[in-house]
Design a protein around this ligand. Structure first.
Ligand SMILES: CC(C)(COP(=O)(O)OP(=O)(O)OC[C@H]1O[C@@H](n2cnc3c(N)ncnc32)[C@H](O)[C@@H]1OP(=O)(O)O)[C@@H](O)C(=O)NCCC(=O)NCCS
Length: 174
């Protein structure tokens, strides 16, 4: 798998030495509860199992800050789920535009290097920051449904988004 770059970030394949940081950031309930698949509490075994999964691991990138090499979070595509993409950051890194920067690069990778014509994403109704990230990329609402959150151990209203290559290119050109 390749390494992707943006102005401030390196998106790279995970390494065994990432397990500790991954466990710390994903162990925060405020992070896990906004995702569907991350359990709470989150252990090093969970991180290891995630990284050992061949399909998920193939398209998962660590979000690393160029300035100091810090592991800040992760972003990935799920090919078995219609190229659904997702992203998360440790709480200290929220609010600096990193998620938008990382997701933008990931999506460009899906369109340009993987040849996809559309990618999907979703956000829980109480996570407007994520909805905002997706809107900034050009994604459009494509229905809503209840979706299980493993961390909350409950179904949560989830907005599904679709981002076509054409929408993305229009947004990029704007
Ligand atoms: C969602 C998450 C990835 C956002 O990361 P981030 O780096 O802070 O996001 P960005 O700074 O790139 O963009 C967030 C945007 O939402 C806006 N925003 C933040 N909180 C908001 C709120 N409560 N209501 C509306 N907009 C909000 C920000 O102002 C920003 O928009 P702007 O650039 O126009 O100012 C981060 O909060 C996170 O990891 N949360 C936990 C895991 C998660 O939610 N993952 C996504 C699952 S769908």
């Amino acid at each position: 798998m390749c390494v992707l770059e943006t102005e401030r970030l390196i998106l790279r394949p995970p390494r065994p030495t990432d397990i500790t940081a991954m466990t710390v950031w994903l162990g925060d309930y405020d992070v896990a509860k906004m995702t569907s698949r991350i359990p709470h509490p989150y252990s090093e075994d969970d991180a290891e199992a995630f990284l050992a999964d061949g399909i998920i691991g193939t398209y998962f990138f660590v979000i690393q800050r160029k300035a100091d090499g810090l592991f800040m979070g992760g972003t990935g595509l799920h090919p078995a789920e219609g190229y659904e993409f997702g992203y998360w950051l440790g709480k200290p890194f929220w609010g600096f535009g990193y998620a938008t920067e990382a997701a933008y690069r990931l999506v460009r990778y899906a369109f340009e290097e993987l040849g996809q014509q559309a990618v999907r994403a979703s956000w829980f109704h109480d996570n407007p920051a994520s909805g905002h990230v997706l809107a900034k990329l050009g994604a459009r609402h494509n229905g809503s449904k209840m979706r299980e959150s493993r961390a909350r151990k409950a179904p949560v209203l989830c907005h599904e988004m679709l981002l076509t290559r054409a929408q993305f290119l229009r947004k990029e050109a704007a």
